[in-house]
Design a protein around this ligand. Structure first.
Ligand code: 13P
Length: 259
C-alpha cells in the first residue's frame, strides 16, 4: 500500500518571519501524523528557518527547484548538495510555472531529476496539460510525453524515491479543480505509462499526487480515488488551518476507491 504524501508548495510567498509563524501553526494543528508524509516547500530563503522549526517532528522539508550541475558559474542557481545541507529531502521539479515562465523543457527536468537522485533528494516531478490541450483532447498525449521525457533513464531501484504530481495547468490557482473522476482517470493512465516505461511493480509503487486548487472541501474526495496518493497544494498551504485539514483528509480519505 502506498503511503499518502501531502506537500505544500509555498511558491514565492512568505518571509522568514511569516514562514516561522506558519510552521508554528502547522505543528499545533498536525500533532502526530505518522500515516501521511507531510512536506513543506518554502522559498529558498526560508528553508533554513523552516528546517529548524520542524526538526524533531515528522514534517519534512523540500525545495521548489534546483539546478542540475553540482556547482559552478550559474548565477542565481542552487545545487542539490546545498539543499541537502539544509536538510531538504525533497525537491519539486518541472512545475508548470517553471516550464511556462522559465522555459524548462522535459530534457532540463530530466537532468534535474538525475541530479536530485544522485544527491539522495526525492524529486516531486510535475506533469500536466494546459486548458487548450485538454479541450483539444490531447491531455493524455501531452502527459505521456512529459513523463517519458522527464523521467527517462532512471535506474529501476531508484523509482521508489520518485513522486509524480499531476497538475492540470487549468486547475492551478484558478479555483477550478479537476473532478475526482478526471483526476483518477489521468492517474490511472500515468500508472499505465509507468508500466510500459518500467514494469508493473514500479507502476504500482510510485506515488502520484494531484495538484490544482486543492481545498479542505474537495481534498477527501480526491484523495479517496484509487490512484491518487495525496496532493501538491499551493494556495491552501499558505494557511495553517486549511493545510492541516487537507493533510487530515489524506488520513481518512472519503470512501469509494481508496486501496
Ligand atoms: P493551487 O493549489 O494554488 O492551485 O496551486 C497548485 C500548485 O501549483 C501546487 O504546486
Amino acid at each position: 500500500m502506498r503511503k499518502p504524501i501531502v506537500a505544500g508548495n509555498w511558491k514565492m510567498n512568505k518571509t522568514v518571519a511569516e514562514a516561522v509563524d506558519l510552521v508554528a501553526g502547522l505543528k499545533r494543528g498536525l500533532g502526530e501524523i505518522g500515516e501521511v508524509d507531510v512536506v513543506l516547500c518554502p522559498p529558498f530563503t526560508a528553508l533554513k528557518a523552516v528546517g529548524e522549526e520542524i526538526s524533531g517532528t515528522q514534517i519534512d522539508l523540500g525545495a521548489q527547484n534546483m539546478h542540475w550541475e553540482k556547482s559552478g558559474a550559474y548565477t542565481g542557481e542552487i545545487a542539490a548538495e546545498m539543499l541537502r545541507e539544509l536538510y531538504c529531502h525533497y525537491v519539486i521539479l518541472g512545475h508548470s510555472e517553471r516550464r511556462q515562465y522559465f522555459h524548462e523543457t522535459d530534457e532540463i527536468v530530466n537532468r534535474k531529476v538525475h541530479a536530485a537522485l544522485e544527491s539522495y533528494l526525492r524529486p516531486i516531478v510535475c506533469v500536466g496539460e494546459s486548458l487548450e490541450e485538454r479541450e483539444a483532447g490531447r491531455e493524455k498525449e501531452v502527459v505521456e510525453k512529459q513523463l517519458r521525457g522527464s523521467l527517462a533513464g532512471i535506474e529501476k531501484g531508484r523509482w521508489i524515491d520518485v513522486i509524480i504530481a499531476y497538475e492540470p495547468v487549468w486547475a492551478i490557482g484558478t479555483g477550478r479543480t479537476a473532478t475526482p473522476q478526471q483526476a483518477q482517470e489521468m492517474h490511472a493512465f500515468i500508472r499505465g505509462v509507468l508500466r510500459e516505461m518500467v514494469d508493473a511493480g514500479v507502476a504500482a509503487a510510485v506515488r502520484i499526487q494531484y495538484g490544482g486548487s486543492i481545498k479542505p472541501e474537495n481534498a477527501a474526495e480526491l484523495f479517496g480515488q484509487a490512484d491518487i496518493d495525496g496532493g501538491l497544494v499551493g494556495g491552501a498551504s499558505l494557511k495553517a488551518v486549511s493545510f492541516v485539514e487537507i493533510v487530515k483528509a489524506a488520513l481518512r480519505p472519503a470512501a469509494g476507491g481508496a486501496v
